[in-house]
Design a protein around this ligand. Structure first.
Ligand code: HGY
Ligand code: MN
Ligand code: MN
Ligand code: MN
Length: 415
């Protein structure tokens, strides 16, 4: 093994240039990005990413769910690759950094090693995971969840979006139905760089977050059935108002999360009224909601309180039924001490201020951690804002994250 280049830097301007260039795929008028998974915008950025990885000497494979893997050979082909990367899809009103920073920084790591003529001992594998956001198709972190066996490929291929398009049809429409079996790409370890999507690093003026732990998550689909009737002639006591019932559920979600705070959050993110009309009492409402906590016992308490609240609300609403289906659940994630140590050592060695962190947002790394040693690197984003078109980060912070990613990967892979 040769000497690890102690402070080899990535090419900051080249990394920043890729961030600005790829922000054009799905750019919105307000300066954000709308690049829903398996959309034409997603296809364009995938094609760009594939060409860039191939130009950097990687061999790109795609699996049956569109997960992409760009392999850079190492001196010891008997070792499984060290994985790095994240996701390319965004929320409907997403930003330029969520997900794609980790994938572009991984590409920049490969480019930097090429420029320096460095061959690592273990191969490297840059990954783009399909549908991390879970906005168009549920669940979130879908491609990596199937990769680790949380869902069968058939189950995922049949998932439908709001227009009734299946994952299978969407993958075919963008030409990303790959030949590789899902889960077949081996990894020795995985490191994901991501913006924090929260306010801590900025508030404490720290450059790097060494992520040790991720929140547990539970997702529900809700369906409320009342009875449509005339808004003018139906007396209040006779109404079976699905939307008024829904409003009680929204306030219950908020109250339950506050009750178990500060390490608990609850959100109702989507609601649709069937046949909405200003002078018809809503008879049918569909909605989604979710709870998260870093602590398994709090997550269980949130689930129990929510079930009890729904039962009580429905009991108080004559002639209205409330159905709740748990569609996804993930226990809190604890990352790997060796990978955490490598990240912390890289940050210290590069002179970056850093602090241990728990991730509020979900990441593909959470799923991968059930199958291999994993940890994450965070960098700051402006005002801690994400899942918003105003999402922003600085070139200096993105570069710092990429440098830590480079040196973490070098220490794991060996040179
Ligand atoms: O939901 C999440 O936390 C992730 O951003 N998809
Ligand atoms: Mn993300
Ligand atoms: Mn996100
Ligand atoms: Mn993620």
């Amino acid at each position: 093994m040769s000497e690890k280049p102690s402070n080899l830097p990535v090419n900051s301007d080249r990394l920043w240039g890729t961030i600005l260039e790829t922000a054009a795929f799905g750019a919105t008028p307000k300066g954000g990005v709308r690049r829903l998974t398996l959309s034409q915008e997603d296809r364009k950025v995938r094609d760009w990413f594939k060409a860039a990885c191939e130009a950097a000497g990687c061999t790109v494979t795609v699996d049956a769910l569109g997960n992409m893997f760009a392999l850079r050979p190492g001196r010891d082909p008997s070792r499984a690759p060290i994985g790095l990367g994240s996701h390319l899809d965004t929320q409907p009103t997403g930003g330029k950094f969520d997900g794609i920073l980790g994938t572009l920084a991984a590409l920049e790591v490969v480019r930097t090693l090429n420029d320096a003529g460095i061959e690592t001992e273990a191969p490297l594998c840059v990954a783009n995971w399909t549908n991390e956001e879970g906005s168009r198709f549920a669940p979130a972190m879908m491609g990596s969840a199937a990769f680790v066996g949380d869902f069968t490929v058939e189950n995922i291929l049949g998932r439908k979006d709001a227009e009734g398009v299946t994952v299978k049809e969407a993958l075919e429409a963008i030409g990303y139905v790959g030949a590789a079996p899902v889960g077949s790409q081996p990894f020795e370890a995985f490191v994901e760089l991501h913006i924090e999507q929260g306010p801590i690093l900025e508030a404490e003026n720290k450059t790097i977050g060494v992520v040790e732990h991720g929140q547990g998550i539970v997702w529900y689909d809700g369906h409320i059935t009342g009875f449509e009737s005339h808004a003018g002639s139906t007396p209040m006591p006779l109404r079976r108002d699905a939307l008024a019932t829904f409003s009680q559920i929204v306030l219950a979600v908020e109250a339950i999360a506050r009750k178990h705070g500060p390490d608990a959050v609850g959100t109702v993110g989507e609601v649709t009224i069937a046949n909405p009309s200003r002078n018809v009492i809503p008879g049918e409402v569909n909605f989604t909601c979710e709870f998260r906590s870093p602590h398994a016992e709090i997550l269980k308490a949130l689930e129990a309180d929510f079930a009890a609240a729904v039962t009580e609300i429905a009991a108080g609403r004559k002639g209205v039924t409330v159905e709740i289906e748990q569609v996804w659940r993930k226990d809190p994630t604890h990352f790997d001490p060796k990978v955490i140590g490598a990240i912390r050592e890289a940050a210290e060695g590069l002179g970056y201020s850093n602090r241990p962190m728990v991730s509020g947002a979900g990441h593909d790394a959470f799923n991968l951690a059930t199958r291999m040693p994993v940890a994450m690197i965070f960098v700051s984003c402006k005002d801690g804002l994400s899942h918003n078109e105003l999402e922003d980060a600085t070139q200096a912070d993105c570069t710092a994250g990429a440098n830590v990613l480079l040196h973490t990967v070098l220490s794991l892979a060996g040179v």
